[in-house]
Design a protein around this ligand. Structure first.
Ligand code: DC
Length: 229
């Protein structure tokens, strides 16, 4: 009997809605959740706090290996702790996202975080979102989704998210920053952002996250995965 927990892999660029949609799916299915970008952001945050250079591979690997992290999921949001300190808001700044994207090109860091990501796999199943979940982290995932949306809509979603969190930004600046970050994520040599060859592409432009999540849940029903509620 195969007892490996099933995985739903959701990859996509900044603002594609993967975080919100993954949370809805995990809650509806009663499965665990992995926000893999948060792991890259946690290393980035510690590096910013300790003024570590983005070229210092060995220190970033040490941080990735020993950092004490925990996640608390509520119905509305996910809280993230680094050494028992709530860093949920600190992780969302554009500075943290940009450093995360820069260090994400380091193979040694990716290898260190690969183990930590795979440790999230537990029964009854895992919804994991990121850039290389379907292609590298969980290549045997039961269901792979690549989420897209137009750059303008992605920028506008990101802008609203940051404003809601009280982070002061302008829309043109957000558009420029996400374009830069996507370019870096798509063009890096190791595990670039791309749709796995067996991923289903969902375009979420103009759709509410709940509607996209419903479409995905419909596809899952065909695979025999029932919702928990
Ligand atoms: O999903 P996010 O915006 O929180 O991710 C922040 C950065 O981390 C992203 O720009 C690239 C990197 N990342 C990655 O390389 N691979 C992943 N699976 C997730 C994130």
């Amino acid at each position: 009997m195969n007892t490996t927990p099933p995985v739903i892999a959701i990859d996509g660029p900044v603002g594609s809605g993967k975080g919100t949609i993954s949370r809805i799916l995990a809650r509806t299915l009663g499965w665990h959740l992995l926000d893999s970008g948060a792991l890259y952001r946690l290393v980035a945050l510690r590096m910013i706090q300790e003024k570590v250079s983005v070229d210092d591979s060995s220190t970033m690997v040490d941080i990735a290996t020993i950092m004490d992290i925990s996640f608390a999921n509520t119905a509305k949001e996910q809280k993230i702790f680094l050494d028992s300190v709530d860093v949920t808001l600190d992780l969302r700044t554009e500075e943290c996202g940009s450093v995360a994207s820069k260090i994400a090109s380091r193979p040694a860091l990716r290898a260190a975080l690969l183990k930590r990501q795979r440790a999230f796999l537990r029964l009854p199943g895992l919804v994991a979102d990121g850039r290389d979940i379907g292609s590298v982290v969980f290549p045997d995932a039961l269901f792979k989704i690549f989420l897209t949306a137009s750059p303008e809509e992605r920028a506008s979603r990101r802008y609203k998210q940051l404003k809601q969190k009280g982070i002061n930004v302008s829309l043109p600046d957000v558009l420029q920053k996400i374009t830069q970050r996507d370019k870096r994520d798509v063009n890096r040599k190791v595990a670039p952002l791309k749709a796995a060859s067996d991923a289903q592409i969902f375009d979420s432009t103009g759709a509410a996250p709940e509607d996209t999540a419903d479409k995905i849940l419909d596809s899952l029903k065909i695979l025999g995965i029932p919702s928990a509620n």
